[in-house]
Design a protein. Structure first.
Length: 179
């Protein structure tokens, strides 16, 4: 039997689809209702404002990313920085679009990123606390984030092969020097 996603997840998927298709500027409660096949009242029941919808999207992104990091840690040996790099590699284009939309909206409402700030603080703390070489682990984390943001903003001047080579190099450094 197929399990139907709950309404909140359906709404977050709809919001994500809108952002991926037409951009964050077109993300409205009405558009989410139409995309999800629900009434506007149904959307407002779960997300009483666009701000709360954006917070829901951010929390969903952070939870998904944390789940991917955990999965990579369980699948391989090595430090959390290695799992972080692997989790960034398997981020979908839809997730990138959602992250970019949230970043754009955070320009108007910096508090929107408060959960992300806590997540990043915790991650930096985890990466550094388990690292033999804290500086190298921090450099790798910053390099991975820099690659992700340049890619997300479509500013990364590297081919897919070059980016893949850099990820492999970072993974090797994480395995040998940051654990």
């Amino acid at each position: 039997m197929n399990k139907r996603p709950d309404s909140k997840a359906r709404l977050l998927d709809a919001a994500s689809a809108i952002v991926a298709k037409v951009g964050a500027g077109h993300l409205t409660i009405d558009a989410v209702a139409a995309e999800a096949g629900m009434s506007k009242g149904g959307v407002l029941y779960h997300f009483p404002s666009k701000h709360l919808l954006l917070e829901g999207m951010l929390n969903s992104l952070l939870t998904d990313f944390e789940d991917r990091v955990t999965r990579h840690r369980e699948q391989q040996d090595g430090p959390v920085i290695k799992a972080w790099i692997l989790a960034e590699q398997d981020q979908t284009s839809n997730q990138r679009s959602m992250a970019l939309a949230l970043l754009a909206n955070a320009a108007e409402n910096p508090n929107l990123l408060d959960p992300a700030r806590k997540f990043v603080q915790r991650t930096f703390s985890d990466v550094r606390s388990e690292a033999e070489d804290q500086d190298l682990s921090t450099i790798l984390l910053l390099a991975a984030e820099g690659l992700r943001f340049l890619d997300m903003l479509d500013l990364l001047p590297l081919t897919d092969d070059e980016r893949g080579d850099l990820h492999e190099r970072m993974l090797n450094l994480a395995k040998t020097g940051a654990s």
